[in-house]
Design a protein around this ligand. Structure first.
Ligand code: GLN
Length: 487
């Protein structure tokens, strides 16, 4: 059996087209790897029959000679995207066994593009978390060191791609959930501009933040997936921008000579671990060698992003999750006294700790008497943070910095201390607060030989630019080609 799992999406697509391998062989190969490494707990649902049937269909399209360029390439989906062929749980007991009657736009588009689905990926419950430990179905393990977290909330996506159980995965980012796990697992992941990708069928956490995006090993692979998944969805998601389809692979090779990269001084302060700082600075030095200029900038409200995010997203979550009441959706308690008791018991039984905490915070900040003091103030600050970023883009083309203050931490580190986990989101919150695109690309290794990511934030709809910069960096370095031992 070939080392198909070491190939990138682009490599596999070319080999499928050259008929060096069939979609069926690839599907079998990756299914076997998934079974072999089940201890990572990256997958929540797999179904061999479904995957193999999709692979056979892909082979038929390839044989007919009119297949789109991703035909036959395997992919796996974060379990917040609803699918008709696999159950969807959002990592919650609330939805255990749930089977959606409809397909999310993103999964449907990737299927139309010919991709073969290997299954659904574990994640923090309702995408709330930054470690993959908040899943109701057990913690996910980082392939670089199984005693460490893979990051979150898209921890299953990152673990699966890093362990070569899938060449690429979908993920979602509300406050960092694509970029931070990509960083912790040595991958590339991009959170698109708010509205670039349809959220139809993406189970909502905080609707004014949520974006779906790809995670893969290279910027080129992310460009391939993003091209297939993005675009307007007028019938189904009115927040998806109605833009013509864009091929994000086209600008990948452009020179970055003269590119102004802004370094917010607040991203390089005391809270940043020295090993992460050294790796990020190494990657920045490479970018300078490639012709970019580094510019000092300031994002003065960086620290405020944490309280603002942790007021606004729970507020939105508390309303989004009200549909899980055991009647419209979700688990229903077996015994109850009356209607109210049924709601209370069903929700108490099926939601995890972190989800309950955020629902309570959200209802609190939205309640009469506190709305003005918390929710409204946070909304105003959100606007000011977005304005700060626009001001920064007057001085630079792209903003760069770390993704997280540290490398992946040991499982259990933040147990019982949610605030400590919230603080580690400091660098990833600005982009989604403003709706801006941002990515993480490998930047070397820190303590314990664990991966470090470089974050790049672009102005609205500048995904192509971000992928271009990451691609040029990847052409000049080999961090993205390293893989965890034993995989
Ligand atoms: N870590 C952040 C949180 O816990 C981000 C989660 C996300 O982006 N879905 O909310």
């Amino acid at each position: 059996m070939g080392d198909w799992h070491d190939q990138t999406v682009a490599g596999l697509a070319a080999r499928l087209r050259a008929r060096e391998v069939s979609a069926l062989e690839l599907a079998r190969h990756f299914l076997a790897r998934g079974a072999q490494h089940a201890d990572l707990n990256a997958f929540l649902a797999r179904d061999e029959d479904v995957t193999l049937a999709q692979a056979r269909a892909a082979d038929a399209r390839l044989a007919a000679g009119e297949a789109p360029r991703l035909t036959g390439v395997p992919v796996a989906h974060k379990d917040v995207l609803v699918t008709t062929d696999f159950p969807t749980t959002a990592g919650s007991r609330m939805l255990a066994g749930y089977r959606s009657p409809f397909e999310s736009t993103v999964t449907a588009r990737l299927a139309e593009a010919g991709m073969v689905c290997l299954g659904k990926l574990n994640c923090d419950e309702f995408a709330m978390g930054s470690s993959g430990e908040n899943s109701a179905f057990g913690p996910i393990h980082n392939p670089w060191d199984r005693t460490r977290v893979p990051g979150g909330s898209s921890g299953g996506s990152a673990a699966a791609v890093a362990a070569r159980l899938a060449p690429a995965a979908t993920a979602s980012d509300t406050g960092g959930s694509i970029r931070q796990p990509a960083s912790f697992c040595g991958l590339t992941g991009i959170k698109p501009t708010y509205g670039r990708v349809s959220r139809y069928g993406a189970i909502a956490y905080a609707s004014s933040f949520d974006q779906v995006g790809p995670m893969a090993r290279t910027a080129e692979d992310c460009a391939l997936l993003l091209s297939a998944m993005s675009g307007g969805d007028p019938e189904r998601d009115s927040t998806a921008l109605d833009l013509p389809p864009e091929d994000f692979t086209r600008g990948l090779d452009a020179s970055i000579e003269g590119l102004r990269i802004g370094l917010p001084r607040e991203f390089f302060g005391d809270g940043l671990n020295p090993d992460v700082r050294a790796a990020v600075e190494g990657a920045l030095a490479e970018l300078r060698r490639l012709g970019a200029t580094l510019v000092d900038i300031s994002l003065p409200r960086t620290e405020l992003a944490i309280p603002v995010y942790y007021i606004l997203t729970p507020a939105e979550a508390s309303t989004n999750l009200s549909r899980f009441d055991g009647v419209r959706y979700g688990h229903r308690a077996r015994s109850f006294a009356d209607l109210t008791d049924m709601y209370v018991r069903s929700r108490s039984e099926a939601f995890g700790e972190e989800v309950k905490r955020r629902i309570i915070i959200g209802t609190y900040v939205l309640s009469h008497g506190y709305y003005d003091a918390y929710y409204l103030q946070a909304q105003k600050l959100r606007r000011m943070i977005a304005d700060d970023l626009q001001h920064a883009f007057g001085q630079c083309d792209v903003i760069a910095g770390p993704v997280a203050p540290s490398v992946a931490w040991p499982i259990g580190t933040h147990a019982g201390d949610p605030l400590a986990a919230y603080l580690a989101d400091i660098y990833t919150l600005a982009a989604p607060l403003a709706g801006l695109p941002a990515l993480s690309t490998p930047a070397g290794f820190g303590d314990g030989g664990l991966p470090v990511g470089l974050q790049l934030i672009g102005n609205y709809l500048q995904e192509g630019r971000l992928l271009n910069v990451a691609h040029r960096l990847q052409q000049a370095t080999d961090w993205h080609t390293r893989k965890p031992a034993g995989f």
